[in-house]
Design a protein. Structure first.
Length: 383
């Protein structure tokens, strides 16, 4: 009878073509089994789990064990994943998807919320569980280790445990394309950067994939305009942004501030080209060279999506950046002015077109708004 029951479950799963839907049905079977203890006893529950343990290892049903977890992962269903690992003896740490990514690797990449590299609490719960449960520094088929994942999360104590107890190397560049320090810095994890530098990480590590240094990797295309992290800081006594703290630590440890990447750009030139106000300010504070900035500014409106151009004041990022540069002694030539002006005009055009499509001309004075923005820009061009 048990064999017939398992055959029916297997047939039902195989009848579902979409892998995520198949995973959803598998998770439903698991949930059903967990509740059977309440009215049919633990013996029946254990029988069901034994059936599911056989099914999850059947490659005709799930080519990889991680495929069976897909629905639970996408929906941050922690109890199902914990049941798989603790009650059904599925080693969730070693399970991989077809592309070689581990469950942790999939989570830290797919669940990362841009632009501030944050995680929903429900997703963070699963990630923390995996890192805390790990008894070794697991490595997946892409060379991504649990230590890399810990650097993306940035918890100081977790990193220390991996370094001191599990044998993780802070300068690990042999398995994965990015170094632990590069990952921690790019994700804005101050405590992780501090920990890695303390244990000897190289602040001048070179990213072979993109041809850049860690200071280049800090630059983010300015999309968001939230006051907590993205508004320009005008108060000299205000607390520094995380990126500014990270730049301070890297420079103190010997990071070369004017090193050029494969495209020939310094960190400052790349930060300005991304309109990254906070990073630009931090680099200027440490004496980054302005020598070739006029020639090397590279602004591209295509870096932004239509949604971003519609809902973020991208056009206003230009005068803010220009004001910052000129107050730090940058003398802008006609080439640089034209680059900023062309980018601003394209961004402003997108804003006007989008507003016209949403609001009638009777309710909104588009000409007035355009004039105000233009006057503000002219003011900064005149500096």
């Amino acid at each position: 009878m048990a064999r017939e029951s398992m055959r029916k479950k297997r047939s039902k799963l195989l009848s579902i073509q979409d892998m995520e839907d198949r995973s959803k049905e598998f998770c439903r079977m698991m949930t059903e089994g967990a509740y059977q203890t309440l009215y049919r006893g633990e013996y029946v529950q254990n029988l069901l789990f034994e059936e599911l343990k056989i099914i999850i290892k059947d490659t005709s049903v799930f080519p990889n064990e991680a495929d069976a977890m897909l629905f639970a992962l996408k929906n941050n269903h922690f109890p199902i994943l914990a049941y798989l690992h603790e009650r059904m003896a599925v080693n969730i740490h070693e399970a991989e998807f077809a592309d070689g990514r581990s469950v942790l690797h999939w989570l830290v990449k797919q669940k990362c919320v841009e632009p501030h590299k944050t995680y929903l609490e429900s997703a963070k719960l699963i990630i923390d569980y995996l890192l805390e449960d790990a008894q070794e520094n697991y490595q997946d088929g892409q060379g991504f280790t649990y230590f890399h994942g810990a650097c993306m999360i940035g918890d100081f104590l977790t990193l220390q445990r991996f370094i001191l107890t599990l044998g993780a190397h802070v300068c690990n560049i042999d398995t994965y394309a990015l170094s632990p320090l590069y990952i921690a810095a790019k994700c804005g994890r101050e405590e992780a950067v501090r920990c890695l530098l303390y244990y000897g990480a190289n602040p001048n590590w070179y990213d072979r994939r993109q041809g850049s240094r860690i200071l280049h990797g800090l630059a983010r295309l300015r999309r968001c305009d939230c006051p907590e992290a993205c508004w320009p800081l005008t108060d000299p006594d205000s607390a520094p942004r995380p990126v500014e703290v990270i730049v301070d630590m890297l420079v103190r440890r010997g990071a070369r501030i004017d090193e050029r990447n494969v495209a020939g750009l310094t960190p400052l030139e790349w930060a300005v080209s991304r309109l990254d106000y906070s990073l630009t300010r931090a680099l200027l504070r440490h004496g980054a060279s302005l020598r070739n900035l006029n020639e090397n500014i590279s602004l591209n409106i295509k870096d932004y999506t239509k949604y971003e151009l519609m809902f973020y004041p991208v056009a206003l990022y230009v005068p803010e950046m220009m004001e910052l540069l000129t107050t730090k002694g940058f003398v802008m030539n006609s080439l640089a002015r034209s680059k900023f002006l062309m980018f601003w005009s394209e961004a402003a055009k997108h804003e006007m077109d989008d507003m016209q499509s949403l609001v009638s001309s009777e309710l909104f004075n588009f000409v007035g708004v355009a004039i105000l923005i233009r006057l503000r820009l002219i003011h900064f061009f005149a500096l």
